[in-house]
Design a protein around this ligand. Structure first.
Ligand code: ADP
Ligand code: SF4
Length: 695
């Protein structure tokens, strides 16, 4: 398909100092939970992005000195020459596909507790370490000597980055992950020497470090400054008015500006709270004061939005982290005129949880993310079928849709049978809840792809049982029949059912998503699930006129969403909606007209009158058909069946990301009848032991 000429502007080259990006697609630095623990997996992942057409592919934050390291988070380190090969490998993978490689040097300053190195944290003034973990440690105000050391460390690290083959070296003053951000802010930098106080003084260190970096590597590398432009705290913090001044003052120094919001939760907002291009109001105006290319982000997946921002003079380069995770081939797909094939990010921030929990990040939309080397999975290529087997996929939720798509791509003949009249399963229902509209992209992308396939047939209103499946004659049967929410309060706090009076109306998320509504007016929502569902349903009910009390054993609402950086916004919205939050309490019994709650610390009890209770607790697999088939395995051979598997939520309920992953894995491993074998099912790098004489 030919590219739409409207998008030509996206493929214009952009000069960044001594180097030139082949187009305007710029994968900005992003964390990934792999870092120095999984360097080859990381290198191959970045290489795949380059293959997908990104003009620039950057690392994540690279801690360049032991005086600022952020253990337990696993980022990259460039502490000395020993670390260079790790970076050289990554740069090689990036260069192989004609992209520029960027290395984001970072000294987290008072954001680093230095738990591993045990060095004293350093900042502009004496303040507690601010890494969100409330470590009982303070950063020391840097002396002039410390400042000289810091400048030298940065310069040495820049030289190491250049040796590793970097085309772009970052000076990082963004997101409060970098100490240089604190130096710019009057909230953190009220020193009384020439480096603090007034704006002129606060920008001094950043200017010096950019100049040092240019001097050290500017002959070969573009020097990009990533800078925070707003932290959304108004007068108290950083504001665009001041950031514009900073860029005006320093514009002669770097080769490009990469604009971010601070802290990270403002920069990477979820679709529940912000739509594509949400950073436009913040980045507007910077291009007018700068002669250098401006890189901006905003969860861009639509080429029209990208072109619009460029043509209207908002930004020059399309910065992207999440869109490049969900679809590493986004630029190539636009280039080739394959817009429908773009796997759009849904803005759920499951990827972010990987960094927060230190595992190789996963993506709801892209099941191959972080598995490029570990399992040898490529986002756009998959092995052709190995046999002429026919596969029956039962259930068209995210598991069944992804299994069907990947099997279809392998060339297998697939029949997808779905009990209802629609595709999407849980996604079809959940995307209708407040704020979750973009989650429909999980269904839409797969639906569109599957509908193009001649080897895939879809049957609606086909609720299958074991007998019907045995009568068909498929070689492989995948039961992707999902899960249902429990009514008995069993989850984390209660592992056995609680006492429930038969007259109390008990509803689950399944009921609410099927348009059943509680009787009466007062509702207790009991959330022992802790992800989005409790908060979303409380919001839904209150908007429909119910008086809602949200009871949870956790310390706050939707507690796990700290990992997706949404908790603050969710709790704010819940409170602003007028929902009563009863935190650190469990519902311990349900009477005819009230529930009894218990404080998880003191055990003290109180009653909440209500007309109904919504249980958002845990789910059970919908595995009846699977278990029937397993019980009738003596009949498989006569039916031509060689394998029957339950996958996704029907096997063990989890996230949509897990459902997509399990569906994909099923398709990749179809010919391997023993899916859970004795071997480690992926590759990993292990620590190389030092020679015995060095002990
Ligand atoms: P997952 O997250 O694992 O994909 P979902 O609950 O989203 O699970 O989707 C399960 C899908 O399976 C739903 O669309 C449901 O209608 C369908 N389904 C459940 N049981 C059957 C069955 N026996 N035959 C066909 N479809 C089924
Ligand atoms: Fe986007 Fe969610 Fe994938 Fe992250 S995990 S890239 S937010 S779809």
């Amino acid at each position: 398909m030919a590219r739409d000429s409207r998008y030509d502007i996206l493929f214009e080259p952009i000069q960044i100092g001594p180097v030139t990006s082949k187009n305007r697609f710029y994968q900005v630095p992003h964390c990934n939970g792999m870092g120095h623990r999984d360097p080859t997996a990381l290198a191959v992942m970045r290489g795949v992005k380059a293959e997908g057409g990104w003009g620039v592919v950057c690392t994540e934050q690279v801690d360049f000195h032991p005086s600022a390291e952020i253990t337990p988070y696993v980022e990259l380190r460039l502490w000395d020459d020993k670390d260079i090969p790790m970076f050289a490998r990554m740069m090689d993978h990036i260069h192989e596909h004609g992209a520029l490689g960027g290395i984001e040097l970072c000294h987290a300053g008072l954001g680093a507790a230095n738990r591993y190195s045990r060095e004293t944290p350093l900042g502009p003034v004496h303040l507690p370490v601010m890494d969100g973990l409330s470590e009982p440690t303070q950063a020391r105000a840097m002396t002039r000597r410390d400042i000289q050391d810091f400048r030298r460390w940065h310069k040495d690290a820049a030289l190491r980055a250049k040796t590793a083959g970097a085309d772009i070296v970052y000076v990082y003053a963004g997101k409060y992950f970098s100490g240089l951000t604190h130096w710019l802010s009057h909230r953190y930098n009220y020193r009384d020497d020439e480096y603090g106080g007034c704006l002129n003084n606060r920008v001094r260190l950043l200017r010096e470090v950019i100049a040092d970096t240019k001097e050290a590597v500017g002959d070969k590398c573009g020097v990009v400054c990533r800078i925070s432009i707003d932290d959304l705290t108004g007068e108290a913090g950083m504001r665009a008015e001041e950031s514009i001044r900073i860029i005006e003052m320093l514009d002669d120094y770097p080769d490009a500006w990469d604009l971010t919001l601070s802290p990270w939760e403002n920069d990477s907002q979820t679709s529940r709270f912000s739509s594509e291009g949400y950073q436009e109001p913040f980045v507007t105006g910077f291009k007018q004061v700068s002669k250098k290319p401006i890189i901006g982000t905003g969860r861009f997946t639509s080429p029209d939005t990208m072109v619009s921002q460029i043509k209207r003079g908002i930004i020059d380069m399309i910065g992207a982290a999440r869109p490049s995770i969900a679809d590493p081939f986004l630029p190539n797909k636009i280039y080739e005129g394959r817009i429908d094939d773009i796997r759009e990010c849904i803005g759920c921030n499951i990827c972010v949880s990987g960094d927060h929990l230190q595992y190789p990040m996963r993506c709801t939309q892209n099941p191959t993310m972080s598995e490029e080397w570990r399992r040898g999975w490529h986002p756009e290529r998959i092995a052709r079928k190995a046999t002429s087997a026919k596969v029956l996929v039962v259930g068209a939720g995210p598991t069944g849709l992804e299994a069907t798509l990947a099997l279809g791509n392998r060339g297998y003949d697939v029949v997808l049978a779905e009990a209802t009249r629609v595709l999407g399963g849980r996604v079809e229902k959940e995307c209708q809840l407040p704020g979750l509209r973009e989650w429909s992209r999980v269904r839409d992308y797969r639906k569109l792809q599957i509908q193009k396939m001649k080897n895939v047939s879809i049957y609606f209103e086909s609720g299958l049982d074991a007998s019907s499946i045995l009568s068909f004659g498929f070689d492989h049967v995948a039961l992707c029949t999902g899960a249902f929410w429990r009514k008995d309060a069993v989850a984390r706090y209660h592992t056995v059912p609680i006492e429930i009076h038969g007259d109390m109306a008990i509803l689950t998320p399944d009921d609410l998503m099927s348009d059943h509504r509680p009787p009466g007016h007062k509702v207790v929502l009991y959330d022992d699930d802790h992800y989005y569902m409790g908060g979303v349903l409380a919001e839904l009910l209150v908007k429909q006129g119910y008086e809602v009390s949200l009871v949870t054993p956790a310390a706050d609402v939707s507690h796990w969403t700290h990992k997706t950086m949404e908790q603050n916004r969710i709790q704010t919205r819940v409170l602003q909606c007028g929902i009563t939050v009863v935190a650190s309490h469990a519902v311990v019994s349900v009477a005819r007209d009230h529930v009894v709650t218990q404080c998880i610390f003191t055990g003290s009890r109180k009653s909440i009158e209500c007309d109904a209770i919504v249980m958002v607790t845990s789910r059970l697999p919908n595995d009846e058909v699977y278990l029937d088939l397993v019980a009738r395995n003596g009949e498989w051979a006569d039916s031509g069946i060689s394998t029957v598997r339950a996958i996704g939520d029907a096997w063990a309920p989890a996230t949509i990301a897990t459902a997509v992953f399990e569906g994909h894995r099923y398709a990749r491993e179809l010919e391997n009848p023993e899916f859970r074998g004795d071997h480690v099912p992926f590759r990993r790098e292990t620590v190389e032991l030092v020679a015995p004489e060095l002990i």
